[in-house]
Design a protein around this ligand. Structure first.
Ligand SMILES: [Zn+2]
Length: 148
């Protein structure tokens, strides 16, 4: 993790968005194999990786390091430049929370797929995605819109 400077890493990350990560490709494959269609819709908060408009559901594919996956080896924080990294990663955590709350308030459900899960247990991830996409409103209380 410490081999590149923070500046270089930041630059690397900002350029990443235009190309899909292996995890994003993996999740897209799973969704397609389930016979589900998704769109990319950059207008939603947090720019979810996969958007299911009609059912108002989104999937985020999260990198364990960048989104501080809890209790995950991959989310260990760099020891050098600790101050820089702590701030950056804490900001990400805060932003993720805000995005999740905003989406729920808008009536959207979200599912987070972690990079490490996808690598270690793709079948389990497939199951979770399938359940999430077929689940009804009752299973996801956030779908109940208070304003309608
Ligand atoms: Zn992880």
């Amino acid at each position: 993790m410490d081999k590149v400077s923070p500046e270089t890493r930041s630059k690397m990350m900002s350029s990443v968005r235009s190309t899909l990560t292996a995890s994003e490709i993996g999740v897209r494959k799973i969704v397609r194999s389930l016979g589900r269609y998704f769109s990319e819709d950059n207008s939603l908060p947090g720019k979810p990786d996969l958007v299911f408009r009609r059912s108002m559901k989104v999937i985020f594919v999260h990198g364990c390091f960048w989104h501080s996956h809890q209790d995950c080896q991959k989310s260990a924080r760099p020891k050098s430049n600790a101050k820089f990294w702590n701030k950056k990663l804490d900001d990400n955590i805060r932003r993720d929370r805000t995005v999740q709350i905003t989406l729920q308030e808008m009536g959207w459900d979200y599912l987070i797929v972690w990079e490490c899960e996808l690598r270690k247990a793709p079948d389990l991830v497939r199951q979770r995605i399938g359940d999430f996409l077929t689940a009804s409103i009752a299973m996801f209380p956030s779908r109940q819109r208070p304003y309608s």
